[in-house]
Ligand binder design. Sequence first.
Ligand code: AMP
Length: 211
Amino acid sequence: MNLLFMGPPGSGKGTQSKLLCDRYSIVHLSTGDMFREAITNKTEVGMRAKSYMDKGELVPDQVVIDLIRAKVTSLSGKGFILDGFPRTVPQAIALEDLLSGLGLKLDGVFFFDVQKEILVNRLSARRTCRKCNQVVSADDVSKAKCAVNSDGCDFYQRDDDKPEVIAKRIQVYQDQTSPMIEYYKSNPNFLKIDGTQPADQVFQVILNKIS
Ligand code: AMP
């Protein structure tokens, strides 16, 4: 099963990806997580990506396409969820070429629809665990259990979840990513989901569709 999750930052793609990967043992391919890991490891790609991410801008298409090509090719047929890629029409075209070259296709394209005001509130309150990448609202930090470390989570606020960068990321989404929705609308497996519903309800909608 190969799925594509798209939608603005804060629309719940990452949360739903994690729920679904736990349920089906498929691989979560988040380009944002890949870049954050590369930054932590101080790799050349990480250092290059950081300068764009800090400003809320997109990393150049070719850097992202090369990264995702290497990951998808290394999965040797295992199912995956693409979260945060593609983000531009050229990336979508590159993905189509990559998948058709590997004899693969997308079995589901889910678009998480959430209004701007809700995104701003969600992103401002969002906290991310350094160890397990779990994302929770600031109010829920004390209740969270870490998926990888028995000492618990180590939450922080991403630099790009600060107010000035949030506004830029939403603008970049509207200008560069939303035109891509048109590209996928004709896909027979396209489904628009109301991403303002609670996470468990969104998850149920996805499960119903893929079953
Ligand atoms: P995310 O964790 O998906 O919100 O991504 C964080 C940041 O990583 C974005 O604001 C971009 O700077 C960069 N990024 C992630 N995925 C992509 C992509 N597909 N194309 C370009 N930049 C990306």
